[in-house]
Design a protein around this ligand. Structure first.
Ligand SMILES: [Zn+2]
Length: 292
């Protein structure tokens, strides 16, 4: 999910200029530098999430982080307790959009940056992500109303709206399987169908998690270790269920841990933000002016 009211209501250039100007205030007042110092502590890892950024946005952000002393960790480094001292960042991508393998992976290679890639395999198999596919045709309130529907009804409703339309595509299952074999990539569980886990019974959540785990293990030759909540919708009950399945639950919204107790600041990378704004935002220099 990447759209939000601000993006829809303000022309892109104006929003970017305003965001850049506010970021300059945070930079000049020293708040970004203060935020940066939070990551000097041994237990704090900068936790970044992206969807399908342009290669240039990703490259400039990774270059900035590298220039400011960050090292990039893999989920295995973190889960295995192999966490060095100094500034550290963990990168993750949600959904597996088309172009990750051809456009973004070369950027990650250039920085030797490991990444966790969260896949909802039944969406991948169909080719698109239901929420993003509906956005051009449905108000967000209509999409949110579908969160509460049982899975077969939701899938049928989405198919009816999208009949004859060509949504923006995800990577193919073959492409996911291929990138899963790249040494920098670990594929994580994003549920089978990108359901809202807080809106459905826990039994349905477990079923969607297990189906995804089985499919992804088959595609990737390795069982995912992390579960990323679609939309960040989680409850204490779903967290307990995810852990009982042997997976680590990962949050979504800023301020919620991305990886256990380590990812204290899990933040989104946006395409329509300047580098100044993206750096202020991912470091937690300000209260986000947009929600995911
Ligand atoms: Zn997602």
């Amino acid at each position: 999910m990447q759209k939000h009211p601000i993006k829809e209501n303000l022309p892109h250039a104006l929003r970017e200029a305003v965001g850049w100007g506010i970021a300059q205030g945070f930079i000049r007042s020293g708040r970004r530098a203060a935020a940066l110092r939070r990551y000097d502590g041994p237990d704090t890892i900068l936790s970044l999430c992206a969807h399908n950024p342009t290669p240039s946005v990703l490259r400039s952000l990774l270059a900035w982080l590298t220039a400011h002393g960050f090292r990039f960790l893999s989920e295995e480094d973190i889960l295995g307790g192999r966490v060095p001292s100094g500034r550290k960042a963990w990168l993750s991508f949600d959904d597996g959009w088309a172009g990750f393998d051809t456009e973004l992976l070369p950027v990650l290679e250039a920085f030797n940056a490991p990444v966790s890639l969260f896949i909802a395999p039944e969406e991948t198999r169909r080719g698109f992500l239901w929420t993003n596919a509906l956005m051009p045709y449905c108000p967000m309130s209509g999409i949110r109303a579908l969160y509460a529907l049982p899975e077969p009804e939701r899938i049928a409703a989405v198919a009816a709206v999208l009949k004859g339309k060509t949504p923006k595509m995800l990577m193919s299952p073959e492409a996911v399987a291929a990138v899963a074999r790249h040494p920098l990539v670990r594929v994580g569980n994003h549920s089978a169908t990108h359901l809202s886990c807080s809106d459905r019974p826990v039994s349905e959540v477990i079923d969607a998690l297990r189906r995804a785990q089985e499919t992804l293990t088959d595609w990737c030759g390795r069982a995912p270790r992390l579960f990323c909540y679609p939309f960040g919708h989680r409850t204490p009950e779903t967290d307990a269920a995810v852990r009982a399945e042997g997976l680590h639950p990962i949050g979504l919204f800023p301020g919620i841990d991305r990886l256990s107790s380590f990812g204290a600041f899990r933040n989104m990378v946006y395409d329509d933000m300047s580098l100044a704004e993206n750096t202020c935002r991912v470091l937690g220099s300000w209260i986000p002016i947009r929600r995911t």
